[in-house]
Write a protein that binds this ligand. Structure first.
Ligand code: NOJ
Ligand code: CA
Length: 571
């Protein structure tokens, strides 16, 4: 690979930091994070060295699904502040050289959006076709599965017009009808509205679901339940809509786009992100997240941390996008547990090193890294024992559904300690004062009790903290284009504890060694491409980063401590 031949773009070289506003910083004591809270923390965000912030939805919303149910796309959620706050936040970011990417949630709106209020009034209302309706005289509608419905049914009967409407998510999130050109135009206008304010891109919520199959045919039973995701993502007009959106809106601005790629796999991702197709820049997939996790986020087997499978998935994704398109890399976001609990270990003796190791991985792979707030200080899962502690409608509905079916609610709760979304939504731990400095009021979701030791203030000036390791790793990636564009080659694919790979650009070769286990490893040097004459002292001179203070080699082996991460410049 030659740098001169790379199709360089700012969004390929960027590091994205995700902020879930509800849980970042509360500025007015109501227990809910808000925009002024983020403004207060702008210097902190800048100190991380990240280039882009992706902000979860902050539009007007009744908050059935924490902002993913929008009742007005051009207003700010009152709990988060107002438009003046938003503009100040955007200006504050730009003044610090940080770009702002917003969430675009246009597969569905809130049932409290004016369009839906109109749509459900009568069958001939001008807004009727803004949503998907099935007239009751045609009988029961064909099966469609819903993530958040209490019965898993995506059709909801609506009395006033004797018809069912479609909702892939909760019944308060009716799906918008993209077949309707007027609806599409409304959405494009709204996107221009935000771009004209100066935002730098959109993360597109379940964008792969926007095209529905004509006439809602019955899907093959093999696709029932959660498997419907693959059908939902293959609507016949998806690419046509995205190309239209690109032409009408995206191509007019220097911005970035990323699809939340539910149902996107290595065999079809290129259709979405190949530059010559003029659709989107990037996609993020779910293939690694689903390893070992079954329906309702139950752990179906013990392989949820199977490193060999994980390496295979991640390597296939790298390969799929090595010549066309561009990959993304992430572990955590507001829909997944804390990365250190899910992918490594949050045991007190390992948590800090394990989280640094995962940071090394995210920031040394090919593809734009999406890094979730709080992971930089190694925040871990809260693991609620009680369903009453949960706020997330997904866990609550699945719990109720399991209870109704006479299923094992205990197993569901146990699994959700590892997989549940609320684990990632607990407030950021700023310091060791009450409520971790997040709020002076009662936090909307409990603070993880480990805040007394795991917090920003404690890590801010400690040289070997998780936080300062993250900053160092960010700088390393920013200073080293091999980590961005270099060819990726996996070594020792069958090794069950070691993830090792090289990154190669022009004449430079970097070797990344990650011990994904809680036991020490010794690995044959030659298998890693390290000559057997190299000694520890020599190798140490070429170490670019190491999450331990030392690194050990014998004549024939490299020794890695539990969760040790090292990047060595081989050439
Ligand atoms: C994906 C979002 O990330 C998630 O939080 C939300 O619940 C669903 N889409 C529905 O919008
Ligand atoms: Ca607040």
């Amino acid at each position: 690979m030659k740098l001169a031949e790379m199709n360089r773009k700012w969004w390929k070289e960027a590091i994205v930091y995700q902020i879930y506003p509800r849980s970042f910083q509360d500025s007015n004591g109501d227990g809910v994070g808000d925009l002024r809270g983020i403004i207060e923390r702008l210097d902190y965000i800048q100190s991380l060295g990240v280039d882009v912030v992706w902000l979860n939805p902050c539009y007007r919303s009744p908050n059935d699904d924490n902002g993913y149910d929008i009742s007005d796309y051009r207003e700010i959620m009152s709990e988060f502040g107002n438009m003046a706050d938003f503009e100040e936040l955007l200006a504050g970011m730009h003044a610090r050289g940080i770009k702002l990417v917003m969430d675009l949630v246009v597969n569905h709106s809130s049932d409290e959006h004016e369009w839906f209020k109109q749509s459900r009034l009568s069958r001939d209302n001008p807004y009727r076709d803004y949503y998907h309706w099935w007239p009751a005289e045609k009988g029961t509608p064909p099966t469609r599965w819903s993530y958040f419905d209490v019965e898993g049914n995506a059709w909801k009967y609506d009395e006033p017009t004797d018809a069912y409407y479609l909702h892939y998510f909760s019944e308060k999130q009716p799906d918008l009808n993209w077949e309707n050109p007027e609806l599409r135009k409304e959405i494009y206008d709204m996107m221009h509205f935000w771009f004209k304010k100066g935002i730098d891109g959109f993360r597109m919520d379940v964008i792969t679901f926007i095209s529905k199959h004509d006439g809602y045919p019955e899907f093959d039973v093999a696709y029932h339940g959660q498997n419907m995701i693959d059908m939902y993502a293959q609507g016949p007009r998806l690419h046509e809509y995205l190309q239209e959106m690109n032409k009408e809106v995206l191509s007019n601005y220097d911005i970035m786009t990323v699809a939340e790629g539910q149902g996107t796999h290595t065999h079809n991702v290129v259709e979405l992100v190949d530059e010559s197709r003029n659709e989107l820049n990037m996609n993020y997939h779910f293939d690694h997240q689903s390893i070992g996790v079954g329906a309702r986020y139950l752990l179906i087997d013990e392989d949820f941390q199977d490193l060999v499978k994980f390496k295979q998935v991640m390597s296939e994704w790298d390969g799929a996008l090595s010549s066309e398109g561009w990959n993304t890399i992430y572990f955590g976001n507001h829909d997944f547990p804390r990365m250190v609990s899910r992918w490594a270990s949050d045991a007190p003796e390992h948590r800090a090193n394990a989280s640094k190791m995962l940071t090394t991985y995210l920031l040394s792979m090919r593809g734009t890294p999406y890094y979730y707030m709080g992971d930089e200080i190694g925040m871990s899962n809260i693991k609620f024992d009680n369903i009453d502690d949960y706020n997330d409608l997904m866990t609550i509905n699945w719990y109720n559904l399991t209870q109704k079916e006479g299923g094992d609610t205990h197993a569901l709760l146990e699994a959700h300690k590892i997989t549940g979304r609320d684990n990632a939504r607990t407030p950021i731990q700023w310091d060791n004062t009450a409520n971790a400095g997040f709020t002076t009021g009662k936090p909307w979701l409990k603070v993880n009790p480990n805040y007394t030791s795991v917090n920003v203030a404690e890590q801010q000036n400690r040289a070997d903290s998780e936080l300062n390791y993250f900053r160092k790793m960010v700088r390393l990636r920013k200073d080293n284009l091999t980590l961005v564009y270099g060819q990726y080659a996996l070594l020792l694919p069958e090794h069950k504890q070691l993830y090792a790979y090289t990154r190669h650009l022009d004449d430079e070769v970097l070797l990344v060694l990650l011990n994904y286990s809680d036991t020490a490893l010794s690995i044959d040097k030659v298998a890693l491409g390290i000559s057997d004459t190299t000694d520890t002292k020599e190798a140490s001179a070429f170490i670019l980063i190491n999450n331990f203070s030392d690194f050990e080699m014998t004549n024939s082996t490299v020794v890695l401590r539990p969760y040790q991460a090292v990047i060595i410049k081989l050439k």
